[in-house]
Design a binder for this molecule. Structure first.
Ligand code: SF4
Length: 764
């Protein structure tokens, strides 16, 4: 009896042998070196590891496929511009094992689904295209030509192009992403869901409305020069580790750091820079001045409390608000202030879960400084009120005039190396008409103006069989999305599922009636084409576009670049009716950049400027106080307080990453920074909440969520008592994505509310 899609999508309910210790009080340092060297020596060829360490994030080198933290504009460290997790990403991508026909002949899809995500990911690099016919149990090899034609046939067999879904992960370079969206639009749909739908979509919506651009306004240099850096709902020590170097420089320059998070993550508390021998000897740098243990989703309440006290001080002294900035460059101030006065300080502080003492420490710093930068990540964006969360922190920056000047501004930190670039070059299910008009003017076809599916809508479309073909350019869709059981059925309902990937992941096992795995080059691999080794480009969190060029020989001669895959699919699908010479792009990527220059704002002289060793900055109105909003000014906004009404036995759960994890990629089984080793089926609970439920440390429990009458369960998790606010708990994803309702998402942005899921915890 073959496994159900739900069985194949589920992470195995088996324990590995958990070890729990006290979390460390210092981050990076020797521990990071040991961990990185351990990973690299276990999975990579030493010569490759050496080459990679000298070229990753270096000028003229290749861009780390991990997060989107920027590289210094000026001098790059000769000791290396990478972090522990960057090296883990390379140990994953440049692993020496490869898998092809033999491997898949030995292992059925059902058998592979028995493995953990860690084991699946460590199977090896995909070395040749594989096909799973309808009803088959094992993948079998297929030629590239046959694979392209199979995709083309399925797409052309659809009654409507809107019956196809084209997903993009943030690893895709600008060139591949631009061609992909161009193909999809010429094919006739805008179904371009992408991973930013699940991460910073709410940031984009809130920042576009308030500041006129959906990106952060600061540069790396601003972080060094800030008087105050607030790190909100973000765990940089694990998810953007080189950010700790910037925070250390900010401290050195006299800056203050405030960390707002339900968990006291060691990464933002203390940092030992392994490139500084003195620090290695003396025990590192204290980073955070004030840690704020806010309750899950207590951010609007906390910021509103700050705003109320600032207003009180302003009314007393008239010395707090930047009135010139407010009067000249903002709109909506009066309505904002009138609404703010409706709220009660004590009630807001209570709702935030923060003590008065901690509040006062934060307030004193905010009151006396105006070069303020606020950094954030998923802890703010994966809630139903995510857009409000971000709009409220912008209100604070506007009152202080902390936008568009040195050392001040917004800093949404992107979690994937080119997720921002993908959106910039057109990976957008709701692209503006001006962009579509440029496509029409350049290529002579009229792209549909009808908005396409976001990730959540795509899952609903596949579940209801309105969408019948799923194409994933990178990523691990089934493990990234919420509501695993529902989403697994959605994929299984498809006629065809296709994944362009570097290595095996669980999405290859949760298939449509037919399935294809199309292996592509890794970021560190040379991309040989007719005109030579190609360079590509990426955009980091601060809007810098820089080049990336592979340095290693491809792990197999049967894998091709993402650009070549897109061109092959487009040619096979649109041949005879396309206005575009798809195969020409494959030979010379500078032609793609010429087109990007014509169609996308800010890429003037693209090919020439890309040769600049540190790349170039894209235009950013908020950075220079030019706010392209509906009012032409920076907008104050009115935001509600979230209303959580928890029943006696309910908790709010947030899904998080371990330290050995990058998005859905499981590098290892340890979470060293939280003292959790060799296990992923764990739940971190407040010890009073454990007592209230009669639960013991290391007891095995089952988790249950009920949302709009639908019950979801996840069994076999081990309780770990942890310093987390009352009624809050934390688990890892993808293990608990099954509990996250598909229809619980951020208003306006449709980002899954993975950071605030109401659950109950009962003994197994
Ligand atoms: S900070 Fe991010 S981009 Fe930099 S090396 Fe680490 S994972 Fe890669």
């Amino acid at each position: 009896m073959s496994k159900t899609p739900q069985d194949k999508a589920a992470t195995p309910e088996k324990f590995l042998g958990l070890k729990v210790t006290k979390p460390p009080t210092n981050s990076v340092g020797l521990g990071a070196l040991k961990s990185a060297i351990g990973m690299v020596s276990r999975y990579m060829k030493p010569v490759d590891a050496f080459k990679i360490s000298t070229k990753i994030n270096q000028k003229g080198g290749f861009d780390c496929p991990g997060c989107a933290w920027p590289d210094p504009d000026d001098d790059r460290s000769i000791l290396g511009e990478y972090c522990e997790n960057g090296m883990k990403a390379m140990a994953e991508e440049a692993q020496k094992n490869t898998i092809g026909a033999d491997f898949f002949a030995k292992h059925s899809v059902d058998a592979l689904a028995e493995l953990s995500d860690f084991e699946i990911g460590k199977s090896g690099r995909l070395a040749e295209p594989m096909y799973l016919p309808e009803g088959a149990t094992h993948y079998q090899p297929i030629s590239w030509e046959d694979a392209f034609n199979k995709v083309g046939a399925h797409l052309n067999a659809l009654d409507d192009p809107d019956e196809a879904v084209f997903y993009t992960s943030g690893r895709t370079t600008n060139e591949a992403a631009f061609l992909y969206q161009l193909f999809v639009r010429e094919y006739g749909t805008a179904n371009l869901p992408d991973c930013s739908n699940m991460c910073h979509e709410a940031s984009g919506k809130a920042l576009s409305e308030t500041l006129g651009i959906g990106k952060g306004s600061v540069t790396l240099d601003d972080l060094y020069k800030a008087e105050v850096v607030m790190v909100v709902g973000q765990n940089p020590g694990t998810n953007h580790p080189r950010m700790l170097v910037a925070l250390e420089k900010c401290k050195k320059n006299g800056g203050k750091i405030i960390a707002i998070n339900p968990l006291q993550e060691v990464g933002f508390m203390k940092f030992t820079n392994p490139q500084n021998p003195l620090k290695m000897l003396t025990g590192g740098t204290e980073l955070t001045d004030v840690f704020v243990p806010v309750t899950i989703n207590g951010d609007v309440a906390f910021f509103k409390a700050i705003l109320l006290k600032l207003l009180e001080k302003e009314e007393q002294t008239g010395q707090v608000f930047d009135k010139q900035f407010i009067n000249e460059l903002t709109a909506g101030y009066d309505a904002f202030i009138e609404d703010l006065k409706r709220f009660d300080f004590d009630e807001c502080l209570k709702l935030s879960g923060v003590s008065k003492e901690t509040f006062d420490a934060v307030f004193d710093i905010i009151l006396n400084n105006d070069k303020i930068i606020i950094c954030w990540a998923m802890g703010l964006t994966q809630h139903e009120n995510a857009v409000d969360n971000i709009r409220e922190l912008v209100n604070l920056l506007l009152l202080k005039g902390s936008i568009g000047k040195e050392g001040a501004g917004t800093c949404p930190v992107r979690g994937h190396s080119n997720v921002q670039g993908d959106r910039t070059v057109g990976i957008w299910e709701a692209a503006p008409q001006a962009f579509l008009d440029k496509i029409e003017a350049k290529y002579g076809f009229k792209p549909t103006a009808k908005h396409g599916y976001s990730v959540i809508e795509a899952i609903e479309g596949m579940y209801n069989s309105e969408a019948k073909v799923f194409f994933g350019l990178g990523g691990n869709f089934i493990s990234a999305v919420p509501d695993t059981n529902y989403s697994a059925q959605a994929l299984a309902n498809c006629n065809l599922t296709v994944h362009v990937s570097t290595k095996l992941n669980r999405s290859h096992l949760v298939t449509g009636k037919e399935a294809l795995i199309l292996p592509c080059l890794g970021r560190a691999e040379k991309d040989y084409q007719k005109t030579g080794i190609q360079i590509q480009s990426v955009e980091n969190s601060m809007g810098v576009v820089s080049s990336t060029k592979g340095i290693l020989e491809p792990c197999s001669d049967k894998i091709i670049s993402e650009v070549a895959v897109v061109c092959g699919i487009a040619h096979a699908t649109l041949k005879g009716r396309s206005k575009i010479d798809w195969l020409a792009y494959k030979d010379d990527y500078s032609l793609v950049r010429d087109d990007i220059e014509e169609v996308v704002d800010g890429f003037d002289d693209f090919n020439t400027r890309l040769k600049k060793p540190s790349g170039f900055y894209l235009p950013n109105g908020a950075r220079i106080r030019q706010f392209k909003t509906k009012t032409g000014k920076a907008n104050f906004t009115i935001n509600k307080l979230p209303e959580w009404k928890l029943k006696e036995d309910e908790l709010i759960m947030m899904t998080i990453r371990s330290h050995d994890q990058f998005n859905t990629t499981i590098y290892g089984l340890n979470d060293r920074y939280r003292g959790i080793f060799n296990e992923r089926r764990i739940i971190m609970m407040n010890r009073e909440d454990m007592k209230a439920r009669g639960l013991e440390q290391l007891q095995v429990v089952n988790l249950r969520s009920e949302f709009k009458g639908v019950v979801r369960t996840a069994n076999k998790f081990i309780v770990i008592g942890y310093d987390i606010p009352r009624r809050c708990c934390a688990t890892y994803f993808p293990e608990t994505n099954v509990l996250v309702p598909l229809d619980s998402f951020a208003h306006t942005a449709k980002t899954p509310a993975s950071k605030s899921v109401i659950i109950t915890v009962t003994p197994e």
